[in-house]
Write a protein that binds this ligand. Sequence first.
Ligand SMILES: C[S@@+](CC[C@H](N)C(=O)[O-])C[C@H]1O[C@@H](n2cnc3c(N)ncnc32)[C@H](O)[C@@H]1O
Length: 463
Amino acid sequence: MPLLEKVKITDIGAEGKAIARVDNQVIFVPMLIPGDVVDIQVSKKRKNFMEGTVVRFHEYSSDRIKPRCIHFGTCGGCKWQHLPYHLQLYYKEKQVKDNLTRIGKVEIPVIYPIIGSDDIYMYRNKLEYAFSDRRWLTREEIISDNNFKEDALGFHIPGLFDKVLDIKECHLQPDPSNAIRDAIRRYAHKKYLSFFNLREQSGFLRNLIIRNTSDGKVMVIVVFYLDEKERISGLMNYLSTEFPQISSLLYIVNTKQNDSLADQVPVLFKGEDHLMESIEGLKFRVGPKSFYQTNIKQSIRLYRAAKEFAGLKGSKIVYDLYTGTGTIANYIAGSAKRVIGIEYIEEAVRDAVINSELNGIKNTSFFAGDIKSILNEQFIRENGHPDIIITDPPRAGMHQDVIKQIVLASPGKVIYISCNPSTQARDVALMSNHYKVVKIQPVDMFPHTHHVENVLLLEKITF
Ligand SMILES: C[S@@+](CC[C@H](N)C(=O)[O-])C[C@H]1O[C@@H](n2cnc3c(N)ncnc32)[C@H](O)[C@@H]1O
């Protein structure tokens, strides 16, 4: 494979990869920013593009700033810490436009400037750590021939599913998140508790989830692989004594091969089995497994944008697809005639119903199940024809059957919220014979990553 010399990075593209053009061919390189001049070792060559890694810097971009985190460059989390925030926003907005134009074949109508996050650190209310006895070792550690403790509590190394980077600091979640993680690691070492080995499926400690609310409540869920009651109680008691601010302390014994907790039952060890969050005076209950937007301040701005696009005046029937704990449904209920939410995690649907009750909301109904099976003609006959559909699918976007059903239901407006502009653009293209994009509002929920959330207003094309 060729070595390309003194190449200037000129752009940032999909997945946040830096882009250069050499002899009219695009080359993608991770971890660089426009303005860097580098030698690139090509690792993949295709007809239309190449991929490579940097082997030598000739010039650093004048835009570069010093990353805050010691794990920058190894951790897969915040890869854009060396890019000033205003440029991060610029490239995120560009990503939305590029995807809509290239994949969605959309002529860009009104695009509002991306809404940036006031907090660019400590903005997350949930972090998930993995325990592993296969710590990611640095090059220096490997060649030093020393014996190192191989246990790690941290984040998976991108692309290496069984290697975990031992996290010493993380700037994403407010205190006491770092302290809890470090205390568990210390306790585990002191008590000789074993860390999980994914390949061999062995070890005691498996995952750690820390969630928090805007008013400082903390939920901790420790996931064990082995059901060893005494050792579980030992760790849980230690946590409860060391961190009295933990308001919900739970554990799960997951003996399955995979880490998914969807089918697992959390055991409450101490405190409450849920957290309470509030948005503009509305209260929301969040169970240990329920989806909840991780950057709460930005999610409020996202919901406001969706509500504004919907232009509700109290007379419309609204479907809220992929409703989670019914946050959007309950948020807009006061301005709608009726809101119908669909979501496949039953626990989240129960929370959605409770959230309506908690707030005295009487015009919502929630249904548990896969949207592609639930949303059919009979469902629409029974629940009323939707005037507006709000849809907020996961990164994979919507199943084709769901898109067909939306088109058949034929609401006047579709508000499409997405955390993945490329699948959103793909879905928009599939609806383009019936709906046109009228307004676009990107929102940044995840500073220092290439991820961007986008709200689209689609209106029915009248012939
Ligand atoms: C991006 S979240 C949106 C949550 C919610 N709108 C909010 O703002 O809190 C996507 C949700 O879709 C749910 N989900 C994913 N695939 C689904 C499917 N096929 N049918 C129903 N719900 C699904 C997930 O459980 C998750 O709660």
